[in-house]
Design a protein around this ligand. Structure first.
Ligand SMILES: C[S@@+](CC[C@H](N)C(=O)[O-])C[C@H]1O[C@@H](n2cnc3c(N)ncnc32)[C@H](O)[C@@H]1O
Length: 300
């Protein structure tokens, strides 16, 4: 629950913007023709917008195909998916550890969406991790059995009710999505964190090229497309990732994401802030909508 609004969250997902969505929503127009998420993951922002009836339609994209296959089942066949998840969840009881490995093997052989949902519900930090052979290799969090079937069914069915018949699903590279966006769209981008990873397999540590990304944003500016980008941030004075360049003329705001658990473990009490960048077209539209609101958001 979020205030008085029930916002379902069907896909457990490390890096989900579920808790920051209400803050991000402040910078999004009251009504949108279409909300596009090129890096959707668990699409927390799309669900938050849909729950508040603020967009007529949605485009959920992620280049990770098993995730979009899972989204297709959630939106179009929630009953069947809930039933299959319940079967796996009940079947695991009493042998949870070995059962996880069995489901993981099956998922690696078939990419079955119900098995993927079970793995995400049970794995450590709900993190999607693959080895260099493209096999899902995260391990179970043995303290958790995953959401119980009744709770999962509720989440799946209410998400489907919010998004059914008005959501386009694709598993394209984000550049292809941006190319098809128009001035009527509001694009929310949450690319993989720059501040993590290494020079390894791309799927194991998905990354995008910073300069190429900035170039894509410049093209959106030239087409007057409104967009919002979540892009790393800072803990205390330590900054993660490169900022967006001034040439993009975006407005930078910081959102408090809470106390840093890492810093707390080291005995420091530092807050983590995530960066949000608003495109010039979006900032201009917020200002046009009213000076009082723009001042309240610190944009005037
Ligand atoms: C930080 S996560 C997004 C989290 C999302 N905002 C949420 O609420 O769950 C970034 C996503 O971008 C996807 N991704 C990575 N590279 C991509 C690319 N080139 N094109 C499209 N999606 C990509 C990843 O699979 C991942 O799901």
């Amino acid at each position: 629950m979020n205030g008085s609004i029930d916002v379902p969250h069907p896909i457990p997902y490390q890096g989900s913007k579920r808790y920051l969505a209400p803050t991000i929503l402040q910078y999004i127009p009251a009504t949108i023709s279409r909300l596009v998420e090129p890096f959707s993951g668990s699409a927390a922002l799309s669900i938050a917008v849909a729950a508040r009836c603020r967009a007529a339609s949605f485009w959920i994209n992620d280049d990770h195909t098993p995730l979009i296959d899972l989204w297709r089942e959630i939106i179009h066949r929630p009953d069947k998916l809930a039933h299959r998840y319940a079967f796996l969840w009940n079947d695991q009881l009493g042998r949870e550890r070995e059962y996880f490995d069995k489901v993981r093997d099956h998922f690696n052989a078939t990419h079955d969406p119900a098995h993927f949902l079970y793995l995400l519900a049970r794995c450590v930090k709900a993190a999607i991790r693959y080895n260099a052979n493209g096999e899902f290799n995260n391990t179970p969090d043995n303290r958790r059995r995953g959401a119980c079937p009744t709770a999962m069914r509720r989440r799946l069915c209410s998400t489907s009710a919010l998004l059914r018949r008005r959501t386009k699903l694709t598993s394209w590279d984000y550049k292809k999505v941006l190319n098809d966006c128009t001035e009527d769209d509001l694009v929310y981008m949450d690319p993989p964190y720059q501040g993590v990873g290494g020079n390894r397999d791309r799927r194991y540590f998905p990354r995008i090229d910073h300069d190429e990304f900035c170039n894509e944003l410049a093209k959106l500016n030239a087409r007057h497309i409104r967009f919002v980008v979540s892009y790393d941030g800072r803990t205390g004075t330590k900054i993660y990732g490169k900022p967006l360049p001034d040439t993009l003329q975006s407005t930078h705001v910081e959102m408090c994401a809470g106390r840093s658990t890492q810093a707390t473990l080291s005995g420091r009490h530092e807050m983590t802030y995530e960066s949000l960048y608003l495109s010039p077209a979006l900032t201009a539209s917020i200002k046009r909508a009213g000076r009082a609101r723009a001042c309240q958001l610190g944009l005037w």
